[in-house]
Design a protein around this ligand. Structure first.
Ligand SMILES: Cc1cc2nc3c(=O)[nH]c(=O)nc-3n(C[C@H](O)[C@H](O)[C@H](O)COP(=O)(O)O)c2cc1C
Length: 453
């Protein structure tokens, strides 16, 4: 049966149980290719009827003739057919195409037309070269973890409480991270190659973080050097953490740690989820693979040895099981960082929401023993709230900041403003009057769908 889809166009309902290739790319009328989600038994495929004559149906769906499945459709007389499955998860259809679709490739829509964090993905895809955009966007292998990171938040329903005084919620956003004061419980995650989006690269993250009074964890593989990044601090009291990948040469590591201390960083973030090169198909097509591609020698014994080489806390980034969370605590970590590297390293690894849930279910006291940070797929205030509800102390955002940098520091500031605002209003609507008091009871932790749908 045909009916109107979300975008007001005619919908053709197709039974695709026998589709020949479940990951078949379908035309979507000109922008990025969109895919039929593979696991659904029956899909609703929107027939966008504006651009092609009805006879185009067969041309655009050549696989219709040679495979057996049921299709029912009615087609508007004046219109033509282009197919679109549900939009990419990173660019949900909230009307941006209708409002800003005339933006020429290579240009940006005005920043004041950017409403939410996914809009930066939309804008950056048009503005950046395909190579540079792909480096930011890509995930490992079939990108199941990349998509799961985005999708997982939708699988756990909120449990809003009503008739609660929430009028002071904004004043409860400030928090501490390893004893340092910040205005909100989220931070800029460490990401390499900021120069792909803007010539000032990581300097915009330092300045944006100073403006918003939030934490920036700088990547060791930035376009700017760690000295340039430190020199861009708004004032000497701005707190930065330094992410590192290490060489096997312990003397080099010793010197690096010493230099990081001299530059004033307050913690070292040791990425532990990248023991080998990430298997990145999308990026490989454009020659923009991992910034760190060698095999790395990293063990818990080495972690302890490293901890004795610096006065700074070393935060293992990329914890993906409760087992390793336990080992990190045993090894003396003061904080741990749940992450699957934005789904860029090992495909089918869990999202950090799932890891936080595993910790909560198997050893919830870990949230009291160490500070727990988490990142991956956070795009809305409610996403951050679900992590905070489990006991996560602060939430990292990677791609939203990287992509916002096409607007320079103003884009970075806007991500901060939007995220603060959304955390506050979503918490208020959830019936949380004090963000410090959010707890697991605000979410129904029974997943409403299976993994990797
Ligand atoms: C373009 C890009 C570069 C990254 N570079 C690094 C890096 O140098 N070191 C690191 O530990 N993580 C790196 N990451 C992973 C991020 O720190 C973070 O875990 C991830 O982006 C969070 O997921 P999100 O992008 O969905 O917010 C990178 C991520 C992206 C998107």
């Amino acid at each position: 049966m045909a009916y109107r889809g979300s975008s007001g166009v005619q919908v053709v309902e197709i039974k695709v149980g026998d589709l020949p290739n479940p990951s078949l790319n379908l035309p979507n009328g000109g922008s990025a290719p969109r895919r039929i989600p593979p696991n659904d038994k029956r899909e609703t495929v929107e027939a966008l009827l504006e651009t092609k004559p009805p006879t185009a149906t067969a041309e655009m769906m050549p696989w219709l003739g040679s495979h057996s499945f049921t299709m029912r459709c009615s087609i508007l007389a004046f219109a033509s057919v282009a197919l679109a499955a549900r939009p990419f998860l990173n660019e949900p259809d909230t009307g941006i195409d209708e409002v800003l679709g005339s933006t020429a490739n290579g240009t940006l829509p005005p920043l004041d037309k950017i409403i939410g964090l996914p809009d930066f993905d939309w804008a950056a895809r048009r503005k950046m070269t395909p190579q540079n955009y792909t480096y930011y966007r890509n995930g490992a292998a079939g990108e199941w973890s990349y998509r799961n990171n985005l999708e997982v938040y939708q699988r756990f329903r909120l449990r809003p409480r009503v008739l609660v005084d929430i009028t002071n919620i904004e004043s409860t956003l400030p928090t501490t991270i390893l004893g340092h004061n910040f205005s909100a419980p989220f931070f800029i995650a460490p990401c390499a190659r900021g120069g792909y989006a803007h010539p000032d690269a990581e300097l915009n993250f330092v300045k944006g973080a100073a403006y918003g009074d939030i934490l920036y964890m700088a990547s060791i593989l930035g376009t700017k050097t760690i000295d340039e990044i430190a020199a861009a601090k708004g004032n000497s009291s701005q707190v930065l953490f330094q992410q590192v990948y290490l060489s096997e040469n312990i003397t080099e590591t010793q010197e690096l740690f010493k230099h990081i201390e001299e530059l004033g960083s307050k913690a070292i973030v040791l990425t532990v989820d990248s023991a080998a090169d990430g298997n990145r198909h999308r990026a490989a097509r454009y020659g923009v693979g991992s910034a760190d591609s060698s095999y790395s020698y990293l063990t818990w014994d080495l972690y302890k040895q490293l901890s004795n080489m610096t006065s700074l806390p070393i935060i293992p980034k990329g914890i993906q099981t409760v087992d390793d969370a336990r080992l990190a605590v045993k090894a003396g970590a003061k904080a741990i960082y749940l992450s699957n590297h934005g789904g860029r390293q090992l495909d089918t690894t869990p999202s950090s929401l799932e890891v936080a849930l595993e910790i909560y279910q198997e050893e919830p006291s870990l949230f009291q023993q160490v500070e727990v940070y988490a990142d991956g797929g956070v795009r809305y205030g409610a996403d951050a709230l679900k992590l905070l509800a489990l006991g996560v102390k602060a939430v990292g955002l990677g791609r939203p900041f990287m992509l916002s940098n096409v607007y320079g520091v103003d884009g970075v500031k806007k991500v901060i403003d939007i995220t603060k605002h959304e955390i506050a209003i979503d918490a208020a609507n959830l019936g949380v009057g004090d963000l410090k008091k959010i707890g697991p009871e605000y979410v129904n932790w029974k997943s409403v769908n299976v993994w990797f749908s």
